[in-house]
Write a protein that binds this ligand. Structure first.
Ligand SMILES: NC(=O)c1ccc[n+]([C@@H]2O[C@H](COP(=O)([O-])OP(=O)(O)OC[C@H]3O[C@@H](n4cnc5c(N)ncnc54)[C@H](OP(=O)(O)O)[C@@H]3O)[C@@H](O)[C@H]2O)c1
Length: 360
């Protein structure tokens, strides 16, 4: 089997329980080594706890100082620090992309936003880029076109030495079809004969929701790698915005969209694996949102580039009994961007939708 040099694999394939066999056995001097009893079963066994001598030593000022210092890393501004980071959010002019953009810019990142509609991007930069610690910079681009992606890399490279965060968020929905037919002829009519159900549409949806994640991520690898070199303890990151539609077994009346999002989820895992296997310290994760207000879900936005879904529409439909809020996406984005131990994972932010709908 071909194994590329990977820091985690250490170049050689070890027997399955190699790492376990290397783990030191943690024993307690006065506690016999035995399987821990379950907290749910009563046990008559008595444990003897020895008094560790460290606890009897008086706490010195030095130790107190060190503990106080240790607390600093737990502050929110240190745990979720994106100050001075350079980010790119595709589809940053509306919906979820705008939520991600605000989360980063308000916390001090310089955020480039792309989309095909210049006016939308400029409005967002003007409205949300003013009086914030970071910056919002619009650049028009079509992320389904390789040449346009290359131009985007070129434009950002001319302005920045590195990229710390790439959020592949741009996406499109697909047309809907009724699946509630028991008559095979009627089901065929709805799914096969319907004029909106054509191969070109599947191509467009896959091109925008899946293929572009591959081209965008790979095109930006050199800039992302340089982002990792900027700060000790920081690895640049790609966050793909997938969807719970790629996880649930329901077609939700749009087969093409759901299939494209399932592809996006798998693509995230493959990219994460291949990138780390090439020894690049760039993390690739995805956020799978449930239903959030956006131009896609409401077919429009207001003068602030925001969309809304009435809360009542969601009662009984999702355990949270409401659609997602800006803050739900924002906190997930800050977590995925800053948590250095997260790689190849899916962060589901859906108010419990998947729990209700079930997975495959
Ligand atoms: N809202 C939800 O409930 C929900 C749930 C799960 C997942 N998602 C995912 O979240 C992402 C954002 O969608 P959204 O709901 O926020 O919808 P949205 O408001 O319609 O945002 C999509 C953005 O993508 C941009 N875009 C589309 N095609 C593009 C292209 N070829 N090149 C560059 N930009 C392009 C659009 O701008 P232009 O048209 O100006 O190019 C638009 O700003 C999508 O991937 C979507 O599938 C949304």
């Amino acid at each position: 089997m071909f194994v590329r040099s990977c820091p985690l694999i250490r170049q050689t394939v070890q027997p399955r329980n190699f790492y376990l066999s290397k783990l030191p056995l943690i024993t307690h001097p006065s506690r016999p080594l035995k399987a821990p009893s379950s907290p749910h079963t009563s046990s008559s066994s008595t444990h003897t706890f020895s008094t560790n001598t460290t606890y009897r030593t008086p706490v010195s000022d030095q130790i107190r100082m060190e503990a106080k210092q240790d607390n600093q890393k737990f502050k929110l501004e240190n745990l979720f620090n994106v100050k001075g980071k350079v980010a790119l959010v595709t589809g940053g002019g509306s919906g979820i992309g705008l939520m991600a953009t605000q989360a980063l810019a308000v916390n001090g990142a310089k955020v480039y936003i792309t989309g095909r509609t210049k006016e939308k991007l400029e409005r967002v930069a003007k409205l949300y880029g003013a009086d914030v610690p970071g910056d919002i910079i619009p650049i028009t681009a079509d992320i389904t076109d390789k040449e346009s992606i290359d131009n985007l890399v070129q434009t950002i490279s001319e302005r920045e030495k590195f990229l710390s965060i790439l959020i592949n968020n741009a996406g499109v929905s697909s047309s809907t079809q009724t699946t509630e037919h028991e008559d095979p002829q009627k089901l065929r009519q709805s799914l096969f004969e319907d004029a909106s159900s054509d191969v070109e549409e599947w191509d467009k949806v896959f091109r925008t929701n899946a293929s572009q994640l591959f081209f965008m991520t790979t095109a930006f690898l050199p800039l992302l790698s340089r982002g990792t070199e900027q700060e000790h303890g920081w690895s640049s990151t790609v966050i793909n915005i997938t969807s719970i539609s790629g996880i649930v077994k329901l077609a939700q009346h749009h087969f093409a969209y759901n299939a494209s999002k399932a592809a996006a989820l798998h693509l995230t895992k493959m990219l994460a694996h291949e990138v780390i296997s090439s020894n690049l310290r760039v993390r690739v994760n995805n956020i799978a949102p449930g239903v959030f207000p956006s131009e896609m879900t409401t077919e429009g936005s207001d003068e602030k580039q925001k969309s809304s879904i009435p809360k009542e529409k969601f009662e009984g439909k999702v355990p949270a009994a409401r659609p997602g809020k800006d803050e739900d996406i924002a906190s997930a984005v800050l977590f995925a961007a800053s948590n250095q131990y997260l790689n190849g994972q899916t962060v589901v932010v859906d108010g419990g939708y998947v729990l209700m709908a079930g997975t495959v």
